[in-house]
Design a protein around this ligand. Structure first.
Ligand code: GAF
Length: 364
């Protein structure tokens, strides 16, 4: 029997730059320390039998077609399909999946699975993909197989992750630049507050936001909203909703760049301010937050956070709050009390640190 190959890939939180990726803009994610691990023992069959710790078992073909598979195993089938489209035929075999990345929380559990599965398949077939081709294959699985019209943010964050660094991603050049992000020594914590209201991108809202941005770019006669840097020129967009969507993207790009400068200056008060401004923009202009998420943000700020915002695609998921480490526990307690009193689920909280990107592990 062929040896087992193992690849792991992390989830992410996005510090700033939401819905900017498919607009050719900027984002600033960190890869999380929490990872998804995929083991693959290849054989000569034409099926992959998958055992996933959190989901049970499933079997997918080594030559799946879009529409064949739905549910969680569609991410594996999508990867198999995308690799075949790239000229990489994967073997059958036995696959194990275990994950520390919460599912449906907006922390990119799907990108972590896609990236880890691709790493395992390429290791098993002794093929190599550079990180951009790897990310694109994962995105293709998600866009064209699973049917979620997402950008490249999650996959690039999962592949380029670096301990103690955030990643400034330019979605025009696709350059990824590490930015120092070591908060412990500065007495600062990045707290993730999972609202436990799950989100999904295959639903219509994400696609509607994307279409709105495309209409706005067309109205301005630019290839993407990245080309726009001043909000005054947005007045040429006649549809008021599309204009507000575009205003979010244009101002969010600038907030990412401002936050990078502030991070390099170790100015966490300013980083926090940019996060809170980003949340207001997602709430008022992009309209992707929920009342439960807004309450967590407001409550965290009332409890002394330097800044707080929803992270990820929206309509649920997680809030991130930047807070002095000594105040973190009291902040979580205050948020929990306020959120529960309002009838929302008790958020699940943890401190996030920037971790390493996807890697193939030595044979067990
Ligand atoms: C989701 C998508 F998958 C990303 O591509 C990105 O658009 C994000 O939402 C919003 O910034 O995570």
């Amino acid at each position: 029997m062929s040896p087992t190959v193992v690849c792991s890939a992390p989830g992410r939180v996005n510090l700033l730059g939401e819905h900017t990726d498919y607009n050719g803009g900027f984002a600033l994610p960190i890869a999380l320390e929490q990872r998804t691990r995929v083991g693959l023992t290849p054989d000569d069959s034409t099926t992959i039998v998958i055992e996933a710790d959190d989901h049970g078992t499933a079997t997918v073909s080594t030559s799946p077609r879009p529409g064949d598979v739905t549910g969680w195993s569609a991410y594996v089938a999508g990867v198999v399909w995308a690799l075949r489209e790239n000229g990489i035929a994967v073997p059958g075999g036995h696959m194990t999946i275990s994950s520390e990345v919460p599912v449906g929380a907006g922390l990119s559990s799907s990108a972590a699975l896609e990236c880890a599965a691709i790493g395992a398949f390429t290791a098993a077939t002794e093929t190599t993909l550079d990180k951009l081709a790897w990310a694109r294959a994962a995105q293709r699985a998600e866009n064209d197989y699973v049917g979620a019209p997402t950008g490249l943010l999650d996959q690039l964050a999962s592949l380029h992750g670096l301990a103690d660094h955030a990643l400034l991603i330019d979605f025009e050049s696709l350059d990824v630049e590490p930015v120092p992000f070591e908060l412990d020594s500065a007495g600062i914590a990045l707290v993730v507050l999972d609202s436990l209201s799950s989100h999904g991108h295959a639903g219509g809202e994400y696609a509607q936001r994307r279409a709105s941005c495309e209409r706005a770019a067309a109205a301005l006669e630019v290839a993407s909203l990245r080309a726009v840097t001043d909000v005054v020129s947005l007045s040429a967009i006649t549809d008021p909703t599309d204009r507000r969507r575009a205003r979010h993207v244009v101002t969010e790009n600038q907030r990412v760049l401002d936050a990078c400068t502030a991070l390099r200056d170790r100015d966490y008060v300013r980083v926090g301010a940019k996060m809170t401004e980003s949340h207001a923009s997602m709430r008022d202009d992009f309209e992707i937050t929920t009342s439960g998420i807004d309450l967590i943000v407001d409550s965290a700020l009332r409890a002394g956070a330097l800044g707080a915002r929803m992270t990820g695609g929206g309509f649920g998921g997680c809030v991130i709050a930047l807070v002095e480490s000594t105040r973190a526990t009291a902040m979580v307690d205050a948020v929990t009390e306020e959120v529960e009193a309002a009838g929302f689920p008790r958020p699940r909280a943890f401190v996030a640190r920037a971790g390493a990107g996807a890697m193939v592990h030595p044979a067990p």
